[in-house]
Design a protein around this ligand. Structure first.
Ligand code: ADP
Ligand code: MG
Length: 213
């Protein structure tokens, strides 16, 4: 059965950090009309710190990798997205366990636990115009592909496509959670920044697993 190694998972996180830096200005721009124009800055601060931590001590298990990502994000990101992404990675790591590789179904179960953590912490429902509108469909797609015996590259491509569609679907939504909910109906017509950063997470996964890690 196909497996994802801790080296592959580490490459995923490194790739995500690179994409966040690349898209920092765009994420901040999305956060301007419906937020406080700091999402790109917040995420870049967090992921740059994650890169440094991983580089200093390369993790040998999925649990160590993701718990480290979580702790670094919680302590450095600031804003609502810090504890939410922190919870995502913490639950992901706890569910993945002290393994040096994961099969696709187990990774899907761990991703789902991460999403459930975000939902129980932030209390957002699908359609509230948040990161869960990208994470949810992406993880659903991953689990569906994994259950049907897809390759890592196929599962990651399907998850990224679903994340992009989920991100784009936030544009007409009226925000009901977070800072964007303060502008009410005027939030419609703007893509949610957290959904955009979540789509990048699955772009990074597609980039790594599409290449056969
Ligand atoms: P802040 O809103 O504190 O400035 P950021 O700008 O870094 O924090 O992050 C904003 C993003 O966080 C939003 O675009 C949204 O996707 C996400 N978010 C905010 N509140 C919630 C929530 N309760 N549940 C899920 N995601 C949320
Ligand atoms: Mg903000």
């Amino acid at each position: 059965m196909a497996a994802i190694t801790v080296e592959g998972l580490t490459a995923w996180i490194n790739g995500y950090a690179a994409l966040i830096t690349e898209h920092q200005a765009e994420l901040t721009e999305l956060d301007s009309p419906i937020g406080d124009a700091d999402h790109g800055l917040n995420m870049n601060r967090g992921m740059t710190a994650v890169l440094a931590a991983i580089g200093a001590t390369p993790p040998t298990t999925a649990e160590a990798l993701f718990k480290g990502v979580a702790m670094t994000m919680i302590s450095t990101v600031g804003g609502a997205s810090g504890p939410l992404y922190g919870t995502f990675f913490l639950r992901l790591g706890m569910t993945a366990g002290a393994e040096s590789e994961l099969d696709l179904v187990s990774f899907g179960t761990a991703l789902r636990a991460g999403l459930d953590g975000v939902i129980s912490r932030g209390k957002a429902q699908p359609g509230d115009k948040t990161m869960i509108d990208a994470l949810g469909p992406a993880i659903e797609a991953w689990q569906r592909e994994a259950a049907s015996g897809a390759s890592p590259g196929e599962a990651a491509s399907a998850a990224f496509a679903a994340a992009e569609a989920g991100r784009d679907a936030t544009t007409p939504m009226i925000a009901r959670k977070g800072r964007a909910s303060y502008v009410g109906e005027r939030s419609a017509g703007h893509t949610d920044p957290g959904a955009a950063s979540s789509a990048l997470l699955f772009q990074a996964l597609r980039d790594v697993l599409g290449a056969g890690a």
